[in-house]
Design a protein around this ligand. Sequence first.
Ligand SMILES: Nc1ncnc2c1ncn2[C@@H]1O[C@H](COP(=O)(O)OP(=O)(O)O)[C@@H](O)[C@H]1O
Ligand SMILES: [Mg+2]
Length: 221
Amino acid sequence: MLDVRGLTKSYRTRAGSLTVLRDVSFTVERSTLAAVIGPSGSGKTTLLNVIATIDRADAGQIWLDATPLHCLVEPELEIVRRRDVGIVFQDFGLLPALTAAENVEMALLMEDASRRSRRARALEALDAVGLADHANRFPHELSGGQKQRVGIARALVKKPRLVLADEPTANLDSQNALALLTLMQRLTREAGIAFLVATHDSRLLEAADRRFTLCDGRLTP
Ligand SMILES: Nc1ncnc2c1ncn2[C@@H]1O[C@H](COP(=O)(O)OP(=O)(O)O)[C@@H](O)[C@H]1O
Ligand SMILES: [Mg+2]
């Protein structure tokens, strides 16, 4: 599903070049929840951004099944981002003026689908995360855990192959974090997707099928 080979990435800073990823390689199969663990500053967000094609690596390959993401340029990249990759944000990333269902529908706006079918798919995704009866609530009417479940519904509504989540439980209390983990685990299996979660949350480790530790830009076994 996801095959990352030899990723290397440096940032140019005023103090010189800062190498954040050094020859990072790993694979994640479908129906697998994988966690990238590492302390703050270890390169987790950089790794996710590079895989999401939001940022470019200096070297290395990223294969999403048979698609070489490292070879693509716009507008092909835009198509992959829209169709194949879902993203879950630490701060939920919901638009405050839109209801839960409308937030989920946003992920489908670029698709050539009718309003009615967008709404139906959004409601189905909200149902999958246990929020069918909260579809018409606004973000400020939802708890943190519920907001993040809307975030997951929005990432999954396109039925992507890969979902990337950067510290999705960072703003949740233990109980909500645990509930979210169980949910991510179940959806990973049901949807047959690969889920890659960056975290320094030890609670996430228990739930993960695979664990990768980033330290000084390298994956340690
Ligand atoms: N745009 C950038 N320019 C320069 N340095 C950056 C940039 N983004 C991140 N860094 C540096 O790269 C390192 C890794 O950052 P990051 O990927 O955010 O790690 P993590 O998500 O594990 O906390 C840190 O030292 C950070 O300061
Ligand atoms: Mg980070």
